[in-house]
Design a protein around this ligand. Structure first.
Ligand code: ZN
Length: 1101
């Protein structure tokens, strides 16, 4: 969610700690791993687009427009994401064009008031694309037709801000809070609840705001389009200041005798962002949350001091309270106008219908000059480099010596670049930084000057491209050395060029991704829209960014003819070395900053209060009360009914079937999924981890990383990485642990996952074999780097995704699976890493032999399982390579499972970190109450998140998000909040959930919406490899087709009675639940004063 932009609704993946345990039933009962999507989430996380991280890069692995690369290829410190490979998995469905489908007779477009500007067939995405202009207003429409059933619509406005009050961001939050045709509090939430959307969100960039939706169901799709169009053009928020107060900012005063405080969803969200000092280099942390950081904001504004990027479109918490309702309203009137709009349609629906729907809205407007006023000015080059030093809030407990950060940033061009140059820069970026073996990455990490890489490499989603690179975890005295090392390495690369093997590996990796078109769970049409818009928004050709084939061929030909050095060295010299437009940012830890910021805010608020008369104060208390009352009053049924929805009759009665053939090769179980994958084979090789000694578990993530990044007797790790890049589409290795329903013992495996073109399957299995069996655990210095990187990653995670840390910690108190996950990705893991750092120096032999011990315990034909997804012919052809691979595996006699029985102590706990916003969790195991799983639980959990928690924790509580989750495997029901200004108050809301359900009344419409929305989650769209992967997980967890069918029927027949009964069940969380909060020291102190000894306190940063 937080890579770059402000996303309206965060990905579930980002918000829950499901990395070791697939708690999310969706991935198992559904056709899809919904965990990689958002909709069952009730909180939106808006993200704001800061450049280095763009929406696409946020959701897709790579940042450069041309490189939709999956870095699941490589292991990284973020192992916990790896089993969600599906989210970065290939989009292997070839959409066939239906020729002529989009060719409308001229009279049709004329009838709806459009004229055709141009049209093209785009081979790369097998689509016919037509650009129309709405004659009356000048609105532009790209209508893209093919046979992809996952239809996408998006409307984009240029919204350059003039100051850092966050208008575009607050507006993005607000327009979906009710409109002319849909006059309820939050139509967006109604859509989250009750539609079959495959994507529903909104993004704010530094210069534009995007509103995209997607669905495979045509009726549902047009419903979504209509709600979005009405929302952007006719929102209630410009007439009713309550929405502005709620989403933006307001003074809150419950009682004239109390202190005034600031409240507002965006206000709190941005406080969280400004508390996050840095982000770890995007490519390894693609899916980690909260990568959006203070440093990124600084970086963009410093690179572009003279244009709109010099201010923060997301909003600086110090500046947000300067924004007035009048300014907000005026901004909407000016920029949310058809003359300033670019509209995208994509998929297999009728292109005439698209124009008809649009004309209804666009015809209501006259042309305006907005498009001229919203144009983005180019930033002129500096004559000399600039340096910025900034403080960030650090904990007073931690060692502040190695906590500095330095990042070098360049504006690469003073005007937009042509496509071929951008493509070449993208290649250069991959060559320098794309993998752990890439020279710039490797040299920086090998230097030992810092713990992890920061900066995103080349970013090209704004008007002018940028490049950034740096290190975090640096000592003050080494800052200069880092800068010299970056410059020196770049100079060396320009002088010496790159190894031929490295160039070939990058070329193959990039080409594989482009052709595979890997968008994972992200709709392909949306990925294309974001690519197109990145040029179109600047009045350039919207077709061009979709056509990579020609520039790619030209680049390959140039490299073949002139050699790679002649191609890349001049680029490094021109764009980086000889470029004076460089900004160096140094971030310094400051243990007092958080309290200073808070004190400054309190002082302002005290002054405000002192300036008010008694009447003013009474009035403010009344207004606070009025806003709260409004927030807590449910929408009237007629308003709710205005949001269009499908009926239960539109819903298929059976779950999506994944073809699975179970067989046997050399005595090993093999699952095969015959699906069309465009000649790619996807394979998972699964090993049982159950015989591993308990004390070795925390070492497993680093063991996996070592397999991919340590090298063998014959190959250095650089060579091994290049081989993987040259021969395959990527290999990853990661642990997978989950509870199993009805069983004490967890399911625990290590999965090696890879993909390759059909002709390279032999290479794929050879390389997997090499990684598993031949890698040597001998490189002490490298291993030490892994430890530092992982430590930096965990620290990042604590600040940015404290809700995950809290959830994992609660699980660890409740079951073994949770304990294992916490050992490999929670606070315990961070502590383990801190100790390991010393142990590597003192007892490397011991560490190295522990790694060998893990391998010996793991690698065995017994307990191995192979899963493959491809079309029938390629599956059959692959069997001989699988057989050979299995022959090489050792056979071991049956080994007893190790005794894993640990738990963390069951008390309530507060993990204290330097932050201004909290993450609050409470959980209990509801199976312990005798509750038997019923499909209705999915409907009810989603409903609780989307109503009770949304209203109380987010809307009136001011948190960025609040939600609940049932891990159907373990029975743990948990509540979590995200960037929450409250602590005990949020716990009270959780405790009120049972009563809320008990008193609940709902009509048939509301109930069927809740059911349909749940089915939408269960049936979410999946690419073939993701289907094969979900099927594997179901197999591992013993979930049968019969059970899926049964759960589906239970979902479809959910009744109000089920809600009320469930209300009784979750009283267990209130009565016996355990609480974990990741929170600020002040809030924890206050809580322990109010409820003595409620929390055990643990300092983590
Ligand atoms: Zn937001």
């Amino acid at each position: 969610m937080e890579r770059a932009i402000f996303l309206r609704s965060p990905n579930k993946l980002h918000l829950l700690p499901r990395h070791y345990s697939p708690r999310n039933f969706f991935s198992l009962f559904s056709s899809s791993s919904k965990s990689a999507r958002s909709s069952s989430f009730t909180h939106r996380i808006l993200h704001r687009p800061i450049n280095p991280l763009t929406p696409r890069s946020l959701l897709l692995p790579r940042r450069c427009r041309f490189l939709p690369l999956s870095d699941t290829t490589y292991s990284s410190s973020f192992h916990f994401n790896k089993h969600h490979f599906s989210s970065a998995s290939p989009y292997a469905i070839a959409t066939q064009c239906s020729p002529g489908a989009s060719t409308l007779p001229d009279e049709v477009e004329a009838k709806y008031g459009f004229e055709k500007v141009s049209e093209e067939f785009i081979g790369e995405c097998k689509s016919k694309a037509v650009l129309f202009k709405h004659k009356k207003t000048g609105a532009e429409v790209m209508s893209v037709s093919n046979d992809d059933e996952n239809k996408v619509f998006g409307i984009v406005f240029r919204t350059p801000p003039k100051d850092s009050t966050g208008i575009p961001h607050i507006l993005e939050h607000s327009v979906l809070c009710g409109s002319r045709k849909y006059p309820l509090k939050e139509p967006f939430v109604e859509l989250l609840k009750g539609s079959l959307h495959t994507f529903l969100n909104a993004f704010t960039y530094p210069d534009r705001t995007c509103y995209p939706v997607a669905s495979t169901n045509t009726k549902d799709f047009y419903n979504l389009v209509d709600v979005y169009l009405d929302a952007v053009f006719f929102p209630k928020c410009v007439e009713d200041h309550h929405t502005f107060q709620q989403e933006g900012w307001h003074f809150e005063l419950n009682n004239p005798s109390e202190e005034i405080s600031y409240k507002g969803v965006v206000f709190n969200e941005m406080k969280g962002v400004y508390s996050q000092p840095d982000n770890i280099l995007g490519r390894t942390a693609q899916l980690a949350s909260s990568l959006f950081s203070n440093c990124l904001i600084l970086l963009i504004s410093a690179l572009f001091p003279d244009n709109t990027y010099g201010v923060d479109s997301g909003g600086d918490p110090k500046v947000i309270p300067k924004l007035t309702f009048e300014q907000f309203k005026e901004f909407h009137g000016k920029y949310y106008h058809p003359s300033n709009a670019r509209i995208w349609f994509y998929g297999d629906d009728d292109p005439t219908e698209r124009l008809r729907i649009l004309s209804e809205y666009l015809d209501m407007f006259d042309a305006s000059s907005a498009s001229n006023e919203s144009r983005i000015e180019q930033q002129k080059f500096f004559s000399e480099p600039v340096r910025i030093v900034e403080k960030y809030p650090a904990g007073d407990g931690s060692d502040l010596k190695k906590k500095h950060m330095v990042c070098l940033n360049w504006l690469l061009a003073d005007k937009p670049l042509d496509l071929e140059t951008e493509l070449t820069l993208g290649f250069l970026d991959h060559l320098m930084l794309g993998t752990p073996a890439s020279p710039l990455t490797k040299i920086l990490l090998d230097s030992g000057l810092g713990d992890a890489i920061v900066g995103g490499g080349v970013e090209d989603e704004l008007l002018q491209p940028q490049f950034s690179i740096g290190l975090k975890g640096v000592s003050k005295e080494d800052i200069e050395k880092v800068e010299e090392l970056v410059m020196g390495t770049l100079k060396k690369l320009a002088e010496e060029g790159f190894e031929t093997d490295a160039v070939e590996a990058s070329m193959n990796t990039i080409e594989f991704s482009l052709r595979e078109n890997n968008t994972g769970s992200f709709p392909r049409g949306l990925s294309l829209m974001l690519q197109s818009i990145s040029k179109w928004i600047y009045d350039m050709d919207p077709f061009e960014p979709l056509k990579y084939e020609k520039p790619l061929m030209a680049l390959k030909a140039r490299i073949a003819k002139e050699g790679s050095k002649a191609v890349f060295s001049p680029l490094i010299e021109k764009f980086i070395l000889n470029n004076p437009h460089r900004v160096t940012i140094e971030m310094q830890p400051d243990p007092d900053k958080a309290s200073r910021d808070e004190a400054a805010e309190r002082e302002i608020l005290e002054k405000v209060k002192a300036s008010m008369t008694e009447e003013d104060l009474a009035e403010l208390a009344r207004a606070t009360q009025e806003l709260r009352l409004k927030q807590e009053t449910p929408d009237p049924p007629e308003a709710l009914r205005s949001v269009p929805s499908l009926s239960l009759f539109d819903i298929p009665k059976e779950p999506v079937h994944v073809p699975t053939e179970a067989g046997d090769i050399n005595g090993v179980k093999v699952l095969k999924h015959d699906l069309f994958t465009n000649d790619v084979l996807y394979a998972e090789i699964v090993f049982n981890m159950r015989s591993l000694k308990q004390e070795l578990l925390p070492l497993v993530p680093l063991f996996c990383q070592s397999l991919l990044e340590m090298g063998t007797k014959d190959l250095t790790f650089v060579q091994l990485n290049q081989l993987i890049g040259r021969k395959t589409g990527g290999i990853s290795v990661y642990p997978f642990t989950s509870s199993v329903q009805g069983r004490e013992d967890p399911c625990s495996h290590i999965i090696a996952r890879g993909k390759a073109m059909a002709g390279r399957v032999e290479d794929l299995f050879n390389l997997v074999n090499c990684i598993l069996q031949e890698v040597q655990f001998t490189d002490q210095q490298r291993f030490k780097q892994f430890v530092s990187q992982s430590k930096a990653g965990m620290e990042n995670r604590l600040r940015g995704s404290g809700h995950r840390i809290a959830a994992t910690r609660m699980d660890a108190k409740l079951n073994v699976t949770g304990w294992i996950s916490e050992q490999m990705g929670g606070v315990s893991y961070l502590e383990f890493l801190q100790a390991l750092e010393e142990r590597v120096d003192q007892d490397w032999d011991g560490v190295s032999s522990s790694l060998e011990e893990i391998r010996a315990s793991l690698l065995s034909k017994n307990g191995c399982l192979i899963n493959m997804t491809a079309d029938g012919k390629n599956l059959t052809n692959s069997e001989k390579y699988v057989s050979k691979f299995l022959d090489l595996l050792p056979s071991k006699s049956f080994v007893e499972a190790a005794a894993w029985n640990a738990r963390l102590s069951p008390g309530n706990e507060a993990i204290v970190i330097p932050t201004q916003v909290n993450y609050v969790g409470k959980a209990a195991n509801i199976y312990d109450t005798g509750y038997q799983l019923n499909g209705s639980a999915y409907v009810i959990s989603k409903y609780i998140s989307n109503t009770w928690l949304w209203d109380r924790v987010r809307v009136s509580g001011g948190a960025y998000g609040g939600f609940c989750d049932l891990d159907t495997h373990s029975g743990v029901f948990s509540f979590l909040s995200y960037r929450d200004p409250n602590l005990l108050k949020t716990l009270d809301v959780y405790d009120g959930t049972g009563a809320f359900l008990h008193q609940l009344e709902m009509d048939e419409d509301t109930l069927s919406k809740a059911i349909i929305g749940t089915i939408g989650d269960v049936d979410s769209y999946q690419l073939p490899d993701a289907k094969g992967y979900s099927s594997l997980l179901r197999y591992l967890l013993g979930i049968t087709e019969e059970e899926r069918q049964k759960r589906r029927e239970e979902i479809l027949s959910t009744s109000l009675k089920d809600f009320k009964e469930f209300g009784e069940v979750i009283e267990a969380v209130k009565d016996k639940g355990v609480t974990v909060a990741v929170a600020s020291p002040d809030d924890v102190d206050a809580a322990n004063k109010e409820r003595p000894s409620y929390f055990d306190v643990k300092k983590a940063l």
